[in-house]
Design a protein around this ligand. Structure first.
Ligand SMILES: [Zn+2]
Length: 277
C-alpha cells in the first residue's frame, strides 16, 4: 500500500508524490505572528491555523445612465400626427416626419445605448407615410370627381347643341327653342340634362341650371364665337372652371378667376353674348 510522500518545496508550495494531489499553497498563521507556510492534508504544527485566501468577488461594472429619448424621434411622431389631423398639411408634415424619424433612428443606432426612442421614430415615419397616403387618396378622389363632372357637363352641352340644331331645322323659320325647358317632353323626358352637376369637397352634389342665350334667335344668327349655353358662375369651393357651348357646336372648358363675370370673360376672349329679345 503506497502512501504519498509530501515535501515542502523551495517556493513554499507543498508537493506530494505518488498521489493525485496537486501542489497547494496554504497560508499558515502561527500564534507568534503571521507567517506564510506550506501545508498539506497531513500533520500540522500545534497552535497553528491554516486558512485559504478568500476569492475576491468581481467588481461590478459601473451602471450606465438610463438612455434618453431622442428629441428627433419625439418631433417626428408629433409632426406626423399633426399632419394626419390637419389634412391640408399632410404633405409637408409627412415628409418632415419621415426625414426626422430616419435621422433619429440613425442617431439612436450610433449612440451605443445613450439615446432611446427607436420605436417612436419608426412610428413617426409610419404616421408620416400614412398622412401622405390619405392626403393623396383624398386629392385623387377630388380630381377624379372633377374630371367626371366636367366630362358629364360637356356631354350635356353637346346634347343640347345637337338638339337645338334639330329643333331649329324642324321649324320653317329656323328659330332656336325659346328656353331649354321647352325641349321637354318632345326631346327630353326630364330636365336633368339642363343642369351642370358638380361635387363639393365633401362629395355633395351641386346642381346649377345652364344659362341659355338662344331664345328668340334664329340658329343662323348665332355665330361660331357666340355663346349659346354656358355654366353659371360659381364663386366658392373648387368650382373654378365653366363649360361653354358656342354657336358652331364647339364646347370649351375655361378656367376662371373667382368672381369673374361671364361678360368680362367673353370680353377678354373676344366672344359675343346675345342680348335678350
Ligand atoms: Zn358645367
Amino acid at each position: 500500500m503506497a502512501f504519498p510522500v509530501c515535501f515542502l518545496a523551495a517556493d513554499g508550495s507543498c508537493r506530494c508524490l505518488g498521489s493525485f494531489w496537486r501542489p497547494l499553497k496554504l497560508s499558515v498563521e502561527t500564534a507568534a505572528g503571521s507567517e506564510s507556510r506550506p501545508a498539506g492534508g497531513h500533520a500540522q504544527s500545534k497552535g497553528s491555523r491554516h486558512t485559504m485566501e478568500p476569492a475576491q468577488p468581481p467588481t461590478p461594472p459601473p451602471t450606465p445612465p438610463p438612455p434618453k429619448t431622442s428629441r428627433l424621434a419625439v418631433a417626428s411622431l408629433a409632426i406626423g400626427i399633426g399632419g394626419l389631423v390637419t389634412c391640408f398639411l399632410a404633405i409637408p408634415a409627412g415628409v418632415s416626419a419621415i426625414v426626422l424619424g430616419l435621422i433619429a433612428r440613425r442617431k439612436i443606432r450610433r449612440s451605443s445605448g445613450i439615446l432611446a426612442g427607436s420605436t417612436m421614430a419608426l412610428a413617426g415615419v409610419c404616421v408620416g407615410c400614412l398622412g401622405i397616403l390619405i392626403y393623396g387618396l383624398i386629392v385623387s378622389f377630388f380630381v377624379m370627381n372633377d374630371i367626371s363632372d366636367r366630362a358629364m357637363c360637356a356631354s350635356n352641352l353637346c346634347s343640347i347643341g345637337l338638339t337645338c340644331k334639330e329643333y331649329a331645322a324642324k321649324n320653317t323659320d329656323g328659330m332656336l327653342p325659346p328656353s331649354l325647358k321647352s325641349l321637354t317632353p318632345d326631346y327630353y323626358s326630364n330636365t336633368t340634362v339642363f343642369s351642370c352637376i358638380r361635387h363639393d369637397p365633401f362629395g355633395q352634389k351641386i346642381a346649377r341650371d345652364y344659362v341659355y342665350f338662344g331664345g328668340g334667335y334664329k340658329a343662323s344668327e348665332i355665330g361660331a364665337d357666340t355663346i349659346l349655353v354656358a355654366d353659371r358662375f360659381r364663386h366658392s369651393g373648387i368650382e373654378t372652371s365653366l363649360t361653354i357651348l358656342f354657336g358652331d357646336g364647339r364646347i370649351k372648358n375655361v378656367e376662371v378667376v373667382k368672381g369673374t363675370s361671364l361678360r368680362t370673360l367673353a370680353a377678354e376672349h373676344g366672344w359675343q353674348i346675345p342680348g335678350p329679345k
